[in-house]
Design a protein around this ligand. Structure first.
Ligand SMILES: NC(=O)c1ccc[n+]([C@@H]2O[C@H](COP(=O)([O-])OP(=O)(O)OC[C@H]3O[C@@H](n4cnc5c(N)ncnc54)[C@H](OP(=O)(O)O)[C@@H]3O)[C@@H](O)[C@H]2O)c1
Length: 371
């Protein structure tokens, strides 16, 4: 039902005026949602590597000034006339987008309703804000990069999600997705970057989809406990490098023969000039699912490479409801908060210093700004 909530007339935005910054605070009119959109009053926004890459490298920036921020959690204030499953007052977590009104780094973000789902009650706004992009990217990496279907995208809708039948968005479909006729049969997957947000999400989704799968990750040893609790079979010290890294990965793989597939969440294949490609099983499918990081990885002959990104998750069968299905997974205890969360401060004006901290490097945690 469209909301009648009276909204303030103006909002504050944190705007990157030009490449490299600085950010400036500006005031603009309160947005009007499209028929399938919602306006979210942001309570917390996550800081993602893509944000500082956009700021300093203009990685995905079409024009300046630009509003960044890809992840948010907050409270819905206004809904478009076609939106039925989410209403004003709902606490949600949502993918955002950069550029203008869809960016997260402002008071109110306007996105398609299916970018959002209810915030799990057990998660704070700060925790919830760290999840959508990493989860959606992991979905893409598994389905588009490895050809492995994810069962949670096929499960029957619960009552707690947008009514997708009522949306008129071109990405909406009312059909239940079909699994591929012959899903790729994998016995082992290596995840480069098991303690990254994307990697820790992929571990959980793969474990749920393929309970018997051998999942090996690379990460710093201090994160082994957390990554194995999320579902990894074995963790390999990512600092080993080159031949030592490959040896350790092979030792952890079935019959020490190597892995069937790799999800590279962190451009880890660049370490040791691509040595990690020697971790493949000789007679295996040799799939390489490469999360788009901005770094170029040369994929050797004989390896089937695919580059993936977060928004791709909405394009897979069942993916239009990927966020609603995330709520169900969390609710069923099958998807846990991937990483610890560090709140770097409160207010739009701390986003710049927070991104500086992120660019300097983080280990096994997501940085968040409270609003
Ligand atoms: N295009 C898209 O749609 C999209 C979406 C999401 C993410 N991304 C990209 O994907 C990458 C990961 O994003 P994220 O948010 O998941 O990152 P993140 O959580 O900030 O990643 C930090 C973690 O990466 C690990 N790491 C870094 N280099 C590594 C290496 N060579 N081998 C193994 N682990 C390594 C570190 O592990 P340890 O501390 O354990 O050493 C650290 O814990 C970023 O480059 C991001 O830009 C792209």
């Amino acid at each position: 039902m469209p909301s009648a909530t009276p909204a303030p007339k103006t909002i504050q935005q944190c705007v990157a005026a030009r490449k490299g910054g600085p950010f400036q605070m500006t005031t603009t009119q309160y947005p009007v949602p499209g028929p399938d959109e919602i306006c979210i009053r942001n309570r917390a926004v996550a800081l993602n590597p893509l944000d500082w890459k956009n700021l300093h490298q203009g990685m995905m920036v079409e024009s300046w000034p630009c509003i960044f921020g890809i992840d948010t959690a907050g409270v819905v204030e206004v809904t478009g006339k076609n939106v039925t499953g989410i209403k004003a007052g709902d606490a949600v977590m949502s993918l955002a987008g950069h550029g203008g009104r869809a960016g997260a780094f402002q008071d109110v973000t306007t996105v398609p309703a299916n970018y959002a789902c209810r915030k799990p009650a057990a998660w704070t706004f700060e925790q919830a804000a760290t999840v959508p992009l990493c989860y959606l990217t992991a979905v893409s990496a598994i389905i588009k990069g490895l050809g492995v279907p994810l069962p949670h995208l096929r499960e029957a809708p619960k009552n707690n999600e947008p009514n997708l039948d009522d949306l008129t968005s071109p990405i909406t479909t009312t059909k239940q997705p079909e699994l591929p006729k012959q899903p790729v049969e994998l016995t082992s997957v290596l995840i480069l970057g098991g303690s990254s947000g994307v990697g820790a999400s992929a571990v959980q989704l793969l474990r749920h989809a393929l309970p018997e799968l051998v999942i090996i990750t690379t990460n710093s040893p201090e994160h082994n406990d957390r990554v194995t609790q999320l579902g990894a079979t074995a963790c390999v010290d990512r600092t080993l490098g080159g031949a030592q890294l490959v040896k350790a990965i092979k030792q952890a793989s079935p019959n020490a023969k190597g892995v069937d597939a790799i999800i590279d969440a962190v451009a880890g294949a660049l370490d040791g000039n691509g040595a990690v490609f020697d971790s493949f099983r000789d007679d295996g499918p040799k799939l390489y699912s490469h999360v788009m990081t901005g770094a170029k990885v040369n994929v050797p002959n004989g390896v089937k490479g695919a580059t993936v990104y977060g928004r791709m998750a909405f394009q897979v069968e069942g993916g239009e409801a990927a966020m609603a299905r995330l709520f169900d997974l969390v609710d069923a205890g099958k998807f846990k908060l991937p990483l610890e969360v560090e709140v770097v401060g409160k207010g739009l004006d701390v986003i710049g210093s927070g991104l500086d901290k992120l660019k300097a490097g983080v280990s096994g945690k997501k940085l968040v700004v409270s609003l």
